[in-house]
Ligand binder design. Sequence first.
Ligand code: SME
Length: 159
Amino acid sequence: MDDFMPNVNDEQLLSLVDDFIQTASSHHSALEAVVGLLASNYKHFNWMGIYIFEDGILKLGPFRGVPSPHVTIPTDKGICGASFREKSTVVIPDVKSDPRYLACSPSTKSEIVVPIFKNGGVVAEIDVDSDYPDAFSEIDKKVLEEVASRLSQLFKKSG
Ligand code: SME
């Protein structure tokens, strides 16, 4: 796990997320800043983005990494759709073994999708891909769920 040493620890990261949310000039720039922070802080976060639920579909918002062919994802498709429907975090240790997986980059080995809730509905998702197999620990899941809970305040009630 040495390779995965973050630049700031998880507690500091959550505090920076709070700062970004309080000080950003818009909700979009807060999301941009948080995506940039997470992507640069964790070596095993090789692609990450926020999918926003809008007009009945998941739409890609701020992201870091190679451009994804999946700029929109129907809620009945992909790991993102599964997380949306299940209203829970989905961790895929080996993307090749999951038939639901929609590929972005051929280098991706594992993925985590964390819903952002507002008033009990999913309004957006944090999606992280890793080039490392089985990259996402219980701690990563907990940190990302904490980030998701903070980002909730940037969204209106689910439509
Ligand atoms: N892998 C996701 C699609 C998004 S791309 O990885 C950026 C999925 O299966 O829903």
